[in-house]
Design a protein around this ligand. Structure first.
Ligand code: PHE
Length: 339
């Protein structure tokens, strides 16, 4: 038995010195020192010995077991230390390396100009209103004095969700929504997305943006409309901007007009950009139709107002000399990063 103990002890010592990771140490512990290990089973064999031999042999097995366990613990500690050192070495981070550059996006040209326009109107005391793009036929047409069979519907063909629900063709339904829910004085602009069933080309898109404006109060006149829009256009396009109004028809304003500004390219001389006109159309406007005021529960004998609608794409294209509005939605970084 003594020989057996010695043999196991030597074998374990050799294996311990060879082991170089936690897993093989654990194997050694299980195979030799654990409950079913070889050394432990020797203790069970003590019964076969004579009573005289038993105590000394038992003591020897236990001594050897304790010694080997201590050695195993020691080895475990040094392997753990080694593993930690390796880990530290391999996972070292060089904090002096230059950081990865984070590419920041920036504001889309449409939003740059929209924010500028919003600021100009805010300065004049306007607040900003927001409303649904999926709109009831009632707000988009009916309440704006465009009944079901009205020819004006032809020019604003849109996408029908159902008989009574459309994608709004203009931001003008916001006039109705605001007047229904607010008592005059009213002074708002309502920027937003609008839809028309148009084919896409350089100057048309089925999805585009407008900015609606509405002012309602006692004694509002066409002079207020002109003053407001000219102040706005001069701030956006420069103080030397000239204006021209052409009579027009919108079912929800009376009288109605389209406003042109002097071409910022040729300053009125006539050039390729303005097709020789010297002027460029920027918006539709007019005095709110008495019928529309009445529909919204506002007495046209007491109150009057003006409204305007401006196409945002066109303004941005003029501002940056962009000749194709498809560029706005193609998300080509080479285009977008120029602004
Ligand atoms: N909604 C009209 C259009 O889209 C523009 C407009 C707005 C005209 C407000 C008059 C008053 O053409």
């Amino acid at each position: 038995m003594k020989d057996k103990i010695k043999a196991i002890s030597e074998l374990v010592e050799q294996k311990l010195s060879e082991a170089n990771d936690a897993a093989s140490l654990e194997n050694i512990r299980i195979n030799y020192l654990g409950k079913k290990g070889e050394l432990t089973s020797l203790l069970r064999e003590l019964g076969k010995l004579s009573p005289e031999e038993r105590p000394a042999m038992g003591q020897l097995v236990n001594e050897v077991k304790q010694r080997l366990e201590a050695e195993l613990d020691q080895r475990k500690a040094s392997i753990a230390k080694l593993e930690l050192e390796n880990k530290l070495k391999n996972e070292k981070i060089d904090v002096t390396l230059p950081a990865k550059e984070k590419k920041l996006g920036h504001i889309h040209p449409m939003n740059i100009v929209l924010r500028e326009i919003e600021d100009i109107f805010k300065e004049m005391g306007f607040t900003i209103a927001d409303g649904p793009e999926v709109e009831l036929d009632y707000y988009n047409f009916e309440a704006l004095n465009v009944p079901k069979d009205h020819p004006a519907r032809d020019t604003q063909d849109t996408f029908y969700i159902s008989d009574n629900v459309v994608l709004r063709t203009q931001t003008s339904p916001m006039q109705i929504r605001v007047m229904e829910n607010n008592k005059p004085p009213i002074k708002i602009i309502a920027p937003g997305t609008v839809y028309r069933s148009d084919a896409m080309d350089a100057t048309h898109s089925p999805v585009f943006h407008q900015i609606e404006g509405l002012v309602v109060d006692k004694g509002v006149t066409f002079a207020d409309l002109k003053g407001t829009l000219e102040t706005f256009a001069r701030k956006l396009y420069g103080t030397d901007t000239g204006f021209r109004y052409r009579p027009h028809h919108f079912p929800f304003t009376e009288p109605s007009a389209e406003m042109d500004i002097t071409c910022f390219n040729c300053h009125g001389e006539g050039c390729r950009l303005c097709k020789g006109e010297g002027y460029i159309e920027i918006l539709g406007a007019g005095m709110v139709h008495p019928k529309v005021l009445e529909t919204c529960g506002i007495d046209p004998n007491e109150y009057s107002g003006f409204a305007f609608g401006l196409g945002l794409e066109r303004v941005v294209m003029r501002r940056y000399n962009i000749d194709d509005l498809r560029l706005f939605t193609e998300n080509d970084v080479r285009f977008l990063k120029q602004f």
